[in-house]
Design a binder for this molecule. Structure first.
Ligand SMILES: NC(=O)c1ccc[n+]([C@@H]2O[C@H](COP(=O)([O-])OP(=O)(O)OC[C@H]3O[C@@H](n4cnc5c(N)ncnc54)[C@H](OP(=O)(O)O)[C@@H]3O)[C@@H](O)[C@H]2O)c1
Length: 187
């Protein structure tokens, strides 16, 4: 199976990539490998290079423009544009969302902007859950990557998220996990 993933060079995306590459043909698109999802032209290039993939893991979130809202919608745009390109096809888009919207208050403006975009991804799933390509949303809680600075909270290991992705992909023609939320017991 051929799989595409954004943000495969760090954190959650790297854990998913390192796991899936052992048994699949995987292509990765990350900032430091020459693909910026905040650029419309580069999203187009990513879609063109992924046309022969069965699965697209839409993992990268562009944190670089915080705290303004400008360009933080790149991950949502990636999902929307890919969905249009794959319309009607027996393929799978896995969006890496977040558990953040299980909480009603956010500590700061950064988190509120982030939560808004992740809510848009949740809504994207609801809007397309009866269509093809199949849209799947995986919503991790706090995970131990470079973006999470707090030391006093329990965090998932990125490999935990990779295990969930493997489970979804191994079973996808038997039953489809459509949305899944995961987190540490005390998170
Ligand atoms: N960490 C958490 O607690 C947590 C919880 C829930 C959900 N998530 C979600 O999980 C996903 C990955 O987060 P992470 O914590 O693993 O982040 P990370 O460790 O910072 O890794 C981000 C990855 O995305 C790539 N990337 C960043 N901006 C990009 C851009 N503009 N264009 C292309 N690639 C770009 C990075 O590439 P380079 O290595 O080249 O910079 C890197 O490979 C995000 O969608 C995030 O919202 C994270």
């Amino acid at each position: 199976m051929k799989i595409a993933i954004t943000g495969h060079t760090n954190g959650i995306g790297k854990a998913i990539y390192d796991d899936l590459i052992t048994t699949n043909d995987v292509i990765g698109f990350s900032l430091t490998t020459g693909y910026d999802i905040s650029s419309p032209e580069e999203r187009k290039k990513i879609i063109e290079e992924s046309m022969d993939c069965t699965v697209f893991i839409n993992n990268a979130f562009d944190y670089s423009k915080w705290p303004t809202e400008e360009n933080t919608d790149s991950q949502c745009l990636m999902a929307e544009e890919l969905f249009d390109a794959w319309k009607g096809q027996e393929k799978f888009i896995i969006n890496i969302g977040s558990r953040i919207n299980d909480f009603s208050e956010f500590e700061n403006e950064y988190k509120a902007i982030y939560a808004k975009q992740k809510k848009r991804l949740d809504q994207f799933y609801l809007d397309h859950s009866h269509e093809k390509p199949y849209v799947i949303t995986v919503r991790p809680g706090s995970t131990n990557t470079r973006v999470v600075k707090q030391e006093n909270i329990e965090k998932l290991n990125p490999k935990d998220v990779a295990q969930v992705i493997r489970f979804i992909l191994e079973n996808k023609y038997n039953f489809l996990v459509r949305t899944i939320t995961l987190g540490k017991i005390n998170d």
